[in-house]
Design a protein around this ligand. Structure first.
Ligand code: FAD
Length: 558
């Protein structure tokens, strides 16, 4: 068997030994379980796996692979089992087998969540260990999932991005480079049209799955009884939705977050957020998102991933939220945090190259795809500037194409300076893309430079489109008041809009709407989806937090 991910000697924070006092504080939450050599305490695919503290005896954690099993960890007396699935409630990734008889302290998943919510010291020790164990699994690519695909396939990129952005460890086999993988495809009788393929636990096969199928298979989603009425449903798990989830769950509300893709939103696609309070050296958007999602789950928020909110029925309370797949979920209050999405260029074949040379986010994954190559970034805002400086670390040359004549109005000064000083970045002002060409992958870009008016074609295979965003409110039209660009009107803006007949629904109550309240009482809008938002992670997080204070007031009105 292969190496361990770590041990109490090599990774003491991931494999800490609890003190007698700490174990005594856990005892009242659990029960003593005598265990014998060979007992299997949990296996891959199990949900709501118990948590064990080893009072005496030993156990091993192993993981099934395509060709047998690999050893993940060995636990000794005083250590404890578990990783992020303990908190998220997702399916277990490993087998837990007793290797020396003894006594373990066993806690149910709910007992563990209650314990970490009330004991700050234990919460820190356990959460840190769970996160570090997950980080090690991701670093080694040791998961229950193997993705077989092609670097040049948009579907493969989508699946890998989904797994990465959800912090799910997986192994990737590139069929273009790995000659031996044909044997694997033959073993599972996979035809070329069924690629990309996802293999679970070395046995179950999903052929070209949608991310919704993948999420269902990995047990990412909660199931909901049709009659259940929640305190709060949050639509969208970007920074605003995740903040609302953390504050709601930590304040005892029964909250569900529904996210169409992966937690993190636009921020999740940012390679480095440098202006978020408390991170002087910056933080990757994905890291921030994975941590925030873990924090929300730790406090007991529930999540539905790869599910889309399609509509809101707000004629009577509780409100009903329609989700793809036909489900309708009831809640007393709603927080809308569906943010914004990238604007596309007005080019007829842009969509054809999406994921095959045209990208809307610049993360580590995309940077690997264009390593050592020349690329172009379109846009003059902060996200374009960040993408260009990040990609310049690995690309041979970065062309930044800006429609206006300068950057000072749209970009922070520190970024402008970095771009100007970077020898790999070439700035092209008054420039617009006029054509994209290629076969299955983008091969050439044509652009027109305003100063000369001349068009030129460039053999560039990677284009990053960072040209701003429009609100994701198409599912709310006619339901609540929006401004002329589709952003949601809240608070005082509703009263102002109410003075003119703009066809929007009117605020119905005698009391004034609260600051983040929409034209429907008890329905709030936060972050980039709200009219007047300031397009910052910090403000999205702040509004998410404030909305929960307002949710408490709305619940008290019922
Ligand atoms: C590349 C990039 C870099 C950036 N860098 C910075 C930075 O350095 N500093 C900074 O302060 N800001 C930065 N920003 C801006 C910042 O990321 C946004 O202001 C912030 O993410 C807004 O958060 P939000 O939660 O309101 O919306 P979003 O981040 O847009 O999240 C909305 C979420 O809702 C989901 N959703 C949408 N529709 C539905 C639906 N119908 N059902 C379910 N879910 C849905 C989306 O999938 C998404 O996850 C950056 C943005 C980008 C794109």
């Amino acid at each position: 068997m292969a190496n361990l991910i770590g041990s109490r000697e090599t990774l003491p924070q991931a494999f800490p030994t609890l003190t007698k006092e700490q174990i005594d504080r856990i005892r009242p939450s659990g029960r003593i379980r005598p265990v014998q050599i060979g007992d299997i305490l949990f296996q891959p695919g199990d949900t709501e796996v118990p948590f064990f503290v080893l009072l005496s005896g030993r156990m091993e954690i192993v993981q099934p692979t395509l060709d047998g099993q690999r050893m993940i960890a060995l636990h000794e007396t005083g250590e404890f089992t578990g990783e992020m699935t303990m908190i998220s409630g997702q399916r277990c990734l490993v087998i837990g087998r007793v290797t020396e008889s003894g006594e373990f302290l066993e806690l149910g998943a709910d007992d563990l969540r209650a314990l970490v919510a009330k004991d700050a010291e234990l919460s820190e020790i356990l959460m840190r260990a769970f996160i570090l164990r997950r980080v090690e699994l991701i670093r080694q690519g040791w998961g229950n999932v193997v993705v077989l695909g092609s670097q040049h396939s948009a579907r493969t990129l989508e699946i890998r991005e989904f797994l990465s952005r959800n912090g799910h460890p997986h192994t990737y086999i590139d069929l273009d480079r790995d000659q031996t993988s044909q044997e694997l495809l033959d073993r599972f009788a996979v035809t070329p049209s069924e690629i990309p393929v996802v293999i679970f636990y070395g046995r179950d096969v999903l052929r070209s799955p949608s991310i919704r199928d993948l999420a269902a298979c990995l047990g990412f989603n909660v199931t909901s009884a049709p009659s259940q009425v929640r305190d709060l449903i949050i639509a969208g798990a970007g920074p605003a939705g995740l903040a609302a989830a953390v504050y709601a769950a930590s304040e005892g509300l029964d909250a569900l977050v529904i996210e169409t893709s992966s937690p993190g939103g636009q921020a999740g696609s940012s390679s480095r957020i440098e202006n978020y309070l408390g991170f002087p050296t910056g933080v990757s958007g994905q890291e921030l998102a994975v941590r925030a999602a873990a924090q929300a789950l730790k406090f007991g928020a529930q999540m539905m991933i790869a599910r889309t909110v399609l509509g809101l029925k707000c004629g009577r309370r509780p409100y009903l939220v329609a989700v793809d797949g036909g489900e309708e979920l009831a809640a007393r209050t709603i927080v809308i945090a569906t943010g914004a999405q990238y604007k596309k260029l007005a080019l007829p074949n842009q969509e054809r190259f999406e994921g095959n040379g045209v990208y809307y986010g610049a993360t580590y994954m995309e940077s690997q795809l264009c390593m050592g190559e020349e690329l172009a970034v379109v846009g003059g805002g902060n996200s374009a500037g960040q993408a260009a400086t990040f990609l310049a670390q690995t690309a041979s040359r970065v062309h930044m194409l800006v429609r206006s004549g300068e950057l000072s109005e749209t970009m922070s000064r520190y970024l402008i300076q970095r771009l100007q000083e970077n020898p790999k970045v070439e700035l092209h002002f008054l420039t617009e893309i006029t054509g994209l060409d290629g076969g299955t992958h983008l091969e050439r870009i044509t652009w027109r430079e305003g100063r000369t008016g001349g068009q030129s074609e460039h053999a560039i295979r990677h284009l990053f489109v960072m040209t701003g965003a429009s609100p994701r409110t198409e599912w709310l039209r006619g339901c609540l008041a929006l401004d002329n660009k589709g952003f949601i009107l809240t608070g005082r803006d509703l009263e102002i809009a109410g003075a003119v007949d703009d066809g929007n629904p009117r605020w119905p109550l005698a009391r004034a709407p609260e600051i983040l309240e929409t034209s429907i009482p008890g329905v709030f809008a936060v972050g980039d989806v709200r009219a007047g938002n300031v397009k910052r992670v910090a403000s999205a997080v702040g509004e998410g937090a404030i909305s929960i204070y307002l949710v408490h007031r709305a619940l008290a009105e019922l």
